[in-house]
Design a protein around this ligand. Structure first.
Ligand code: AMP
Length: 320
């Protein structure tokens, strides 16, 4: 039985970065997230594609063992198509066009088995569709949510309804600022955890991630990568890996959440090395482990409260 259920876009993307261009390549939040999660657990997806969706892409999902019984193919329809570009600042995607196509009329319908899946990831898609899925699941152990600027701009009310009902909210720094209408990310994170989610992850691209809970904040660095070709899907891969890994561990606690963010970070470092899902589909045995080890070795924070700070020359009574 599948342990992780993922709903989101299954797309054809046209993407241009300073390192090249792809046309109608496999993409979509659900595609990246489900493939990432499939390295850790059994995954089932809910989504829709058109008749133009390439059979080769279906075979990629099948080879990863992903359950496609909830992936509908709409007769005569065209697959969701996103076209975007990145300039030198690869932390910021610019959208040229978003063609919803088959998603415009989509109503997710979970199979009986999907309704009982314990770990749910609502990847980026219209918040009304995310709500629709939430209404159908029975007693999930964990629900994680991703979104984007488009929905914060135009559908904030529906998005807020979803946020109130999930356990983990993942947003990037621009989205956090946009939603909260505040500049300071610490303030944003603290506000977002009051809305409902027990955990909020604010992703800062190459600068790592901040994990907020009611009782504190954890800062986690990104994997140090020298060559980056296409950042598309990094957020979805991060989130999909995080949920898949938590499903593998079975228990969601503070320590496992921190581990899951680190694993998500390392998985996302692969996807950006090539366009589309090309690298994500070809992670070799041992590669993920090596990156997780390198990330762990890289972070050294010695104790700073070991006595060496006692009696520092404070100027409590100085007048300036
Ligand atoms: P990320 O880079 O992780 O934020 O996600 C990139 C993916 O999101 C691309 O593959 C797109 O197909 C997908 N995407 C872009 N816009 C939308 C949208 N409005 N709804 C759903 N998915 C989208």
């Amino acid at each position: 039985m599948s342990q992780a259920l993922i709903v989101g876009s299954v797309a054809l993307d046209t993407v241009e970065t300073p390192h090249g261009k792809v046309d109608a390549a496999l993409g979509g939040s659900c595609s990246y997230a489900s493939v990432a999660a499939s390295y850790f657990t059994d995954v089932s997806i809910v989504g829709v594609v058109g008749e133009d969706f390439p059979p080769e892409a279906i075979r990629h999902f099948q080879r990863r063992g992903i359950d496609l019984s909830g992936l509908e193919t709409k007769r005569g329809g065209k697959t969701f198509h996103w076209s975007g570009y990145y300039t030198r600042d690869m932390n910021q995607a610019h959208t040229n066009t978003t063609e919803l196509n088959v998603f415009a009329e989509f109503h997710p319908k979970l199979t009986e088995a999907q309704r009982n899946v314990p770990f749910i990831f609502l990847a980026n898609i219209h918040p009304e569709l995310q709500l629709d899925v939430l209404k159908q699941v029975r007693n999930p152990k964990l629900v994680a949510l991703d979104t984007m600027n488009l929905w914060i701009d135009g559908h904030k009310q529906a998005l807020t309804k979803v946020i109130e009902r999930v356990d983990i909210l993942l947003v990037n720094e621009q989205e956090a600022r946009q939603y909260c209408e505040k500049v300071n990310l610490i303030e944003c994170g603290k506000e977002l955890v009051t809305l409902g989610p027990k955990t909020v992850v604010i992703k800062k691209g190459e600068h790592g991630a901040l994990l907020f809970q009611k009782n504190g904040i954890v800062y986690l660095p990104a994997y140090p990568l020298e060559k980056l070709k296409d950042p598309t899907g990094a957020g979805d891969t991060f989130a999909g890996a995080m949920v898949g890994y938590l499903a593998r561990l079975g228990e969601v606690n503070d320590e496992n959440l921190v581990r899951a963010v680190n694993v998500g970070t390392c998985m996302a470092s692969f996807v950006v090395e090539e366009f589309s899902l090309n690298r994500l589909l070809r992670i070799q045995p041992g590669e993920l482990r090596a990156r997780c080890q390198k990330l762990q070795d890289m972070v050294r924070l010695p104790s700073l409260v070991d006595g060496t700070l006692d009696d520092v020359k404070l100027v409590a009574e100085a007048t300036v």
